[in-house]
Design a protein. Structure first.
Length: 76
C-alpha cells in the first residue's frame, strides 16, 4: 500500500511539473506575441507621423472651437 501511494505521489508530481512547464511556455509565447504586436503598432505610428501621412488630419485640441451649433446658455 505504501509503495502504491508513493507511486501515485510521484505520478502527480510529474503531472504538475509537466503542467507548469507547458503553462510557462504558453505564457512566454503569448507575451512575446503581445510584445511584437505592440512594437509593430508603435513603429507604424511613428512612421506615419514622420512621413506626413497624418498631416491632413488636424488634432482635436488644435481645432478652432466653434459654438455656433450650441444654443444660447447665458444667465442674465
Amino acid at each position: 500500500m505504501d509503495r502504491q501511494l508513493r507511486q501515485l505521489e510521484n505520478a502527480m508530481a510529474q503531472a504538475m511539473l509537466f503542467e507548469i512547464i507547458i503553462s510557462s511556455i504558453v505564457i512566454t509565447l503569448l507575451f512575446m506575441a503581445l510584445y511584437y504586436a505592440i512594437r509593430a503598432g508603435i513603429r507604424d505610428g511613428i512612421r506615419d507621423a514622420q512621413q506626413g501621412q497624418r498631416a491632413g488630419r488636424e488634432p482635436a485640441r488644435e481645432r478652432a472651437a466653434t459654438t455656433a451649433h450650441l444654443p444660447d446658455f447665458r444667465a442674465d
